[in-house]
Design a protein around this ligand. Sequence first.
Ligand SMILES: NC(=O)c1ccc[n+]([C@@H]2O[C@H](COP(=O)([O-])OP(=O)(O)OC[C@H]3O[C@@H](n4cnc5c(N)ncnc54)[C@H](O)[C@@H]3O)[C@@H](O)[C@H]2O)c1
Ligand SMILES: OC[C@H](O)C(O)[C@@H](O)CO
Length: 387
Amino acid sequence: MSTTIDNTEIYNPRKILDHPSFRIIHESEQTSQLSKEANIAAFYNPKHEIHLVEKPKLKPGPGQVLVHVRATGICGSDVHFWKHGRIGDSMIVTDECGSGHESAGEVVEVGEGVTQWKAGDRVAIEAGVPCSKPSCEFCRVGRYNACPDVVFFSTPPFHGTLTRWHLHPAAWLHRLPDSVSFEEGALCEPLAVALAGIERAGLRLGDPTLICGAGPIGLVSLLSARAAGAEPIIITDLFQSRLDFAKKLVPGVHTVLIPRNETPKESAERIKQIAGVPLKVALECTGVESSVHTAIYSVQFGAKVFIIGVGKNELNFPFMHLSANEIDVSLQYRYANQYPKAIRLVAGGLINLKPLVTHRFSLEDAVAAFLVAADPTQGAIKVQICD
Ligand SMILES: NC(=O)c1ccc[n+]([C@@H]2O[C@H](COP(=O)([O-])OP(=O)(O)OC[C@H]3O[C@@H](n4cnc5c(N)ncnc54)[C@H](O)[C@@H]3O)[C@@H](O)[C@H]2O)c1
Ligand SMILES: OC[C@H](O)C(O)[C@@H](O)CO
C-alpha cells in the first residue's frame, strides 16, 4: 500500500517521481491483486510506453481536497502524448508523466480551511488550475485559460487525474447534482471545450451550422449546437461509422462523408447543397488543413469559422477568399468558466452525454483502455476508466 506524504507542493511533478513509494507496476503483476487502497495511475513516458504506476497517496493541505476519482475519459491528447511524445513545439514528454484530465469523483477528505466540501460530495474536477493571483491579467479578467502559470493536468510536466486519489484545490471543483453521473461529470471537460467554441463563435438560434469532424469534440459540439438552436446542422467526417453515430446522437443532423481524394472546394459544394441555406457558422473540430479549407469554402459572406481542432503549427489559408467574403476566422485554446454551464446543461436535460461513453474499463485495466482508445478499428468514441 502507498505511504501518505504531506504534500504542500502538489504540482511539483518531480516530488511524486522522486518519492520512495513511486514505482512502475510491471505487466507480469496480477492487476487484480493490487490493493483497492493503492494509488494506481496510468503514466506515459518519452519511450512511448504506457504503464500503471503506484504513487504516494497525498494528504490534503490547506485549501485542498482529496478526491476519489470515479471516472476519467481518455482524450486524444492523452493518446498523443503517449504515442508521439509531444503536442506542437511546447508540450513535450521528457519524463514519466501521469495521464488523464477528463475526471469526476467523490470527495474523501478536506484540508484546513475548506468549508464548501465534505466527504461524499460528488464533483467534476476542472482540468486546468490557473494561478488566480490578482497580478495575473488573464486570471483577473476571467480568461484564465491563458494564465502563464496554469497547471493543466496530464500535460507535461504535470501529472494527470487518471489516478485513484487526486489532490485538488477546493476552488476548482464543481458540484455534481445527484442526477449527473460521474461519467457525465468527466465528459463535462470536452463539453467545456465545445461550449467555449459555441460562445465565442456567437452561435444564435436558427443559425445554419457546419461541424467538421465527428470525433468526441465534434460530437459534443454537435450536441451543444443543437442545444443552442442551430438549424440545420451539417456534420462531416472521413468515416461513415462516425457519421452514423452522429445521426443516432442527434436525429435530423445532415451528414456528409468526405472522400480523401475530394478537394475542399468540391466538399464545400456538396455541403452547401445539402444545407440548402447559406451557412452562418462553422465549427472546425479536426485541426486538419483540408477540413479547415472546406469549412471556409462552405460558409457564406460574413460568416464565422471557429477552429477548435489543433494540428500542425503552420497552415495555409485561402487569403483572398477570406478577404472577399469577410469571413471571421477565430481559434480557441481550452476554455474558461465553462464547467458550471456544462453541468447545468447536462442536469437540465438539454445535453445528453451518456451515449458518448462506448467503452468502460477498471483502473487496473487502464493500459487495455489506452490500447482500445488508440485503435481506430475498435470504433470507440469515448473510453472511460471507472473506479
Ligand atoms: N482547442 C482546444 O482547446 C482543444 C481541446 C480539445 C481538443 N482539441 C482538438 O480538437 C480536435 C478533435 O478532437 P477529437 O478528440 O474529437 O479528435 P478525433 O481525432 O477523435 O476526431 C477527429 C475526427 O475528425 C475526422 N476527420 C479528420 N480529417 C477530416 C477531414 N478532412 N474532414 C472531415 N473529418 C475529418 C476524423 O475522422 C475524426 O473522426 C483535435 O485536433 C484535438 O486536438 C482542441
Ligand atoms: O481539453 C483540453 C485539451 O485536451 C488540452 O488542451 C490538451 O490538448 C493539451 O493540454
